[in-house]
Ligand binder design. Structure first.
Ligand code: PMP
Length: 394
């Protein structure tokens, strides 16, 4: 039977990682994979995570199953972190999931259960795994315009024009902050307009928030999600703890589902639990437990926030340095958008040929669509990248 299987298309980013690994040049720079790296190129375990792990090792007396939703304390902590008091928590169901990807997958499952005919609207471009999972599940996908390649900013008029096609019962997937892959984000005012359209259409918003704390700050990055939660009758939120807690491999995420009223919540929560049961039964606990411990302990939380802020400011500094350097080399403001983008990524508008040239001639690896991971840079490599971009991008 297995002989009927066909090879699956290779993941472009993983392919790029292999090419980078095999490049013998000492000066090579990896701006591909979406993992935070410090100036030394390392992805260290965050201090608060280490401290919580130590405490957990000493205090944990059992590894028996938690609950199908995961530990409800994790759900409560995530509701506070992401939604704060934007919505009455009695309206919010939550489950722990294997990473943000698990939360997105379960959000699609929930939408499919509620409306088998659902169309999921994704930004053009979006994180490729969104589209890949939608298609794998046999769901319909529609794209809305988002990124203007020439200015490397959001084309909001075009976005609103394409969202006119949204139907009642559709799902509109929005990036809560730090849009991946572009780095270009809606303003709060624009989110407000999108919320009105979603209400008018009778559609549902699904917010993917995978980089809270990487853009303008922990509270600022949640502002759009909270605005939507305060306005929309129903909404789904898929949150990832992979980046902001640096626990990528622990697979820690949370799907929150906001019902129209508290009476609906038990059925919504029960359906979320059911979906966990069908897909993998009990969700992973280790990362979720660490996150819960940190968010519920003043000292651990303060240390986590301080380290996250260092990470955020480090990336912002690199953005400014790169934009300054490019302004100097090109004698133009063409690349100023790099300083205005937020999060770990920027799409810089280079053609695939230019991306290839930058890789072959300068040993700088970015994804084919010209997405670069800002955290892959440091003060020494920024000038190398600026020179490569200025010499290559016409
Ligand atoms: N959403 C977006 C936009 C992402 O970039 C990522 C990670 N690359 C995720 C969700 C999911 O991350 P994870 O499953 O590792 O938590």
């Amino acid at each position: 039977m297995l002989s009927t299987l066909k090879p699956q298309p290779a993941d472009k980013i993983l392919e790029l990682m292999a090419l980078y690994r095999d490049d013998p040049r000492e000066t090579k720079v990896d701006l591909g994979v979406g993992i935070y790296k410090n100036a030394e190129g390392e992805t260290p375990v965050m201090r608060a995570i280490k401290a919580a792990e130590k405490q957990l090792w000493q205090e944990e007396t059992t590894k028996k199953y938690t609950a199908l939703s995961g530990d409800p304390a994790f759900g409560a902590a995530m509701k506070s972190l992401v939604l704060s008091d934007s919505v009455d928590h009695t309206r919010v169901g939550a489950i722990a999931t294997p990473g943000g990807t698990g939360a997105i997958r379960q959000a699609f499952e929930l939408a499919k259960l509620a409306n088998p005919d659902v169309t999921i609207w994704t930004s053009n471009p979006t994180w490729p795994n969104h589209v890949s999972i939608i298609k794998f599940m046999g769901l319909k996908n529609a794209e809305y315009a988002y990124f203007d390649e020439a200015s490397c900013t959001v084309d909001f008029d075009a976005m609103m024009e394409s969202l006119k096609g949204v139907k009642a019962g559709d799902v509109v997937l929005l990036h809560g902050c730090c849009h991946n892959p572009t780095g270009a984000n809606l303003t709060l005012e624009q989110f407000d307009v999108v919320a009105d359209l979603i209400i008018e259409k009778g559609a549902m918003a699904l917010v993917d928030i995978a980089y809270q704390g990487f853009g303008d700050g922990l509270e600022e990055d949640a502002a759009a999600t909270r605005l939507l939660a305060s306005k929309l009758p129903e909404m789904l939120v898929a949150a990832s703890c992979s980046k902001n807690f640096g626990i990528y491999r622990e697979r820690t995420g949370c799907l929150m589902a906001i019902s129209e009223n508290a009476e609906q919540t038990p059925v919504t929560q029960g359906t979320l639990n059911f979906l966990n049961r069908q897909n993998y039964s009990f969700p992973p606990d280790h990362g979720a437990r660490l996150v819960t411990m940190i968010l519920n302990d003043e000292k651990l939380k303060a240390d986590w926030m301080a380290e996250l802020e260092e990470v955020r400011l480090g990336m912002l500094g690199l953005r400014t340095q790169l934009a300054d350097e490019l302004r100097r080399l090109t004698n133009s403001d063409r690349f100023d958008f790099i300083a205005k983008h937020r999060g770990m990524f920027s799409r810089i508008g280079a053609t695939p040929e230019e991306v290839l040239k930058i890789r072959e001639e300068f040993g700088i690896y970015m994804v084919g669509d010209s997405r670069m991971n800002i955290a892959g840079l440091n003060a020494q490599t920024v000038p190398l990248l600026a020179e490569a971009v200025a010499k290559t991008c016409k």
